[in-house]
Unconditional design. Structure first.
Lengths: 557, 120
């Protein structure tokens, strides 16, 4: 009977009562004598320290058992064995209240067990302490659960702190290494069917370089038989414990060279998990442990799965954002002309201030289309709505206008074609347009202005007067038929024409009259200065959420 | 019940919140509604107007009158929303009537060439 030396102090019924009490207690109980020797241990105590039976624990010096463990307190700092409740009771003679002790076998970094430990003294008739009774309750699961919750909260925060794919992947890698693993690789599926490495952490050794020379890690083709590819297909985590048998298989089926490298890396356990949203797998998280570490157990895999699921959502958002950003940029690049052609006899200047929304895709557009050395067409328009849905219509409107103008630049045809095109959209879209046909006759310039629901262009004469050009007419995309009025005017050297979208009015009391009054007062060096000044006014007047603004102006040389 | 429907019931609901676009909605017994708007209407709050108009058109059978006396500015997107409302009303043979625009708003309708179309 284990602990006989201690139990034999009691006799008869007392002894049997003690025996039952200790055997069935939910706490691990050990009794130390004055010298610190363990003279009794119940089965739970033996299990706690990994002894095969209680008797193994007996007659041990307390310090001896302790020496095979490393102990830490709640904050993770190393704990001096003399500060444990048992030794303190033996020294001080009074009961010691609970303390939380974490202990792990030396060399095993990750499997920490946690106990709540307290001790009480047993004194003889003379009042001297003869035994210390240690009670210790295993709270490992509780601590692990609390730790997981803390960890997941941290992860949520870390993953949410960036919207860039690489930054999210880096944050994920830093969460996993070194806490759970020595190696981590984050791969994301790209749109050509490759798993692209976006973050990686590994022990920095030459052997790793040898490994990467054999299996490049930056791009993994899906479909080939490797762990990541299988996980993408199955959507299930895969765990591999690397044994001599596995290495022999690698040596035979892949290459002895690879098996040799793997052997020298001393990898022991690999887990590959899918990174996914509710709809699809977007990549993989691969983690590995090496050396004297313990292989991943089911609780590790379960926690890693939770981490992978949260990371999957964050990564999917980041990927989506990157795509949208790219798309928006491509769209707005495509919507505005690359450069304004030089038109002889005119000094031309344009400004485009994008929509304030993150998409930067507004409904304004403009273009200058040369028709002959003496003649050009200018379009300034505004499609109802914003964002990607408007962008498609802007492209349609602009292309319709360019194609029509190339064939027949007359205002009537151009506006009619635009109207028909927009009415055919589902739902029909409203579009306002200022259409200018500019023709040089010697030193002067003739301009034909046609409007469709658009604010009137303004003509700044060299004498300082400001007049509206064009006559109001309904926008395109509303009525079955629209016929623009063609307003003709002559411009001479130094005269300026300014066409704009209604975003400009936001900076001018929302009224054309206020804009006219302002233009009749301002002084400026060049039309570039004039347009900069107008954009500045809009920026000062409208803070935050603002419309896009297009300005197109030319001065007769 | 029959009697009640014959008598013109006029119910005015004052909303007049700080940021509310719709100042008051008044219903008439024949299913016509007058919506009194206020403030500046631009792309920042036009979505609200779009939703209000859709709701009013859905839940009332008659003509819709939009009173713009309290509106100091509206932009091209707002005009688009009014046009959509007009089209939706026309589908069930009801009308959109726009009344009392301030001079500046009137000028915007003129500029857009839509005075006649929108029945201002």
């Amino acid at each position: 009977m284990a602990g006989d030396r201690f139990i034999e102090l009691a006799s008869g019924d007392n002894r049997r009562v003690l025996d039952v009490l200790f055997h069935h207690a939910s706490e691990a109980i050990t009794v130390q004598d004055r010298g610190g020797r363990v003279v009794y241990a119940n089965p739970r105590a033996a299990a706690l320290v990994g002894a095969s039976s209680e008797s193994d624990l007996l007659n041990c010096d307390g310090g001896e058992i302790v020496s095979t463990f490393e102990m830490v307190d709640e904050s993770g700092s190393t704990l001096d064995p003399d500060h444990l409740p048992g030794p303190r009771v033996l020294q001080g003679g009074v009961a010691v209240s609970e303390m939380v002790v974490g202990y792990r076998k030396k060399g095993d970094q990750r499997s920490v067990r946690w106990s709540r430990v307290r001790a009480s003294p047993v004194k003889n008739d003379a009042g001297e302490v003869v035994w210390a009774i240690n009670f210790s309750l295993d709270i490992t699961e509780h601590v692990q659960r609390a730790e997981s919750e803390r960890l997941l909260a941290t992860i949520q925060e870390v993953l949410g702190s960036s919207i860039e794919v690489e930054a999210v992947a880096d944050a994920l890698a830093d969460v996993v290494v070194p806490r759970f693993a020595d190696w981590v690789g984050v791969h994301v599926l790209d749109d050509s069917g490759y798993l692209r490495s976006v973050a990686m952490r590994y022990p920095d050794t030459e052997i790793v370089e040898k490994l990467f020379a054999i299996i490049p890690q930056d791009v993994l083709p899906v479909g080939q038989d490797h762990m990541q590819s299988r996980v993408v297909a199955s959507r299930e985590a895969e765990t591999l414990t690397i044994t001599d048998e596995v290495l022999a298989g690698v040596s035979e089926e892949v290459s002895p060279e690879l098996a040799e490298v793997l052997r020298s890396l001393d990898l022991i356990s690999v887990v590959c998990l899918p990174l996914r949203t509710t709809h699809e797998v977007i990549g993989t998280l691969t983690v590995a442990r090496s050396g004297s570490d313990t292989p991943f157990d089911s609780s590790d895999v379960s926690l890693l799965s939770t981490i992978a699921d949260r990371a999957g959502v964050a990564l999917a958002n980041a990927i989506l954002f990157a795509h949208q950003h790219e798309l928006a940029q491509a769209v707005s690049r495509g919507l505005q002309p690359r450069e304004i052609p030089h038109v002889p006899g005119l000094t031309m200047s344009v400004r485009y201030r994008p929509y304030a929304h993150i998409s930067k895709v507004g409904g304004d557009f403009y273009d200058v289309i040369p028709l002959s050395p003496e003649r050009c067409a200018i379009i300034v328009g505004d499609i109802e709505g914003k964002g990607t849905s408007a962008a498609g219509v802007v492209a349609t409107a602009r292309n319709t206008l360019k194609a029509t103008i190339a064939l027949d630049p007359s205002a009537r045809t151009v506006v009619e074609r635009l109207n028909a095109t927009l009415l055919a959209e589902v739902p029909p879209r409203l579009c306002t347009l200022a259409y200018l046909l500019v023709e040089r006759h010697g030193d002067s310039v003739e301009v034909e202005v046609s409007l469709a629901g658009h604010p009137p262009p303004l003509v700044l004469r060299s004498d300082g007067s400001v007049t509206e050009a064009g006559r109001p007419s309904p926008p395109a995309g509303v009525l079955e038929r629209i016929e623009p009025f063609e307003d003709r005017l002559m411009m001479n050297s130094g005269d300026i024409l300014l066409a704009y979208t209604d975003g400009l009015l936001a900076g001018h009391d929302s009224s054309v009259d206020a804009l006219k009054a302002r233009l009749s007062r301002v002084t400026f060096g060049s039309i570039d200065d004039l347009l900069d000044m107008l954009i500045e006014t809009v920026e000062e007047a409208v803070t935050g959420f603002h419309d896009d603004v297009v300005l197109v102006a030319f001065m007769v040389d | 019940l029959v009697l009640a429907s014959l008598i013109e019931v006029r119910e005015v609901v004052e909303i007049d919140l700080q940021d509310a676009l719709v100042m008051a909605t008044s219903h008439e017994a024949n299913g016509s509604v007058t919506l009194a708007l206020k403030g500046e209407i631009d792309f920042g709050n036009v979505a609200q107007l779009r939703a209000e108009l859709a709701q009013v058109i859905r839940s009332n059978a008659g003509n819709l009158t939009v009173d713009l006396a309290g509106v100091s500015f509206l932009d091209s997107t707002t005009i688009g929303v009014l046009i959509q409302a007009k089209k939706r009303l026309a589908q069930r043979e009801s009308e959109l009537i726009i009344i009392r625009p301030q001079p500046r708003v009137r000028r915007i309708f003129e500029m857009a060439g839509l005075m006649d179309y929108l029945g201002v």
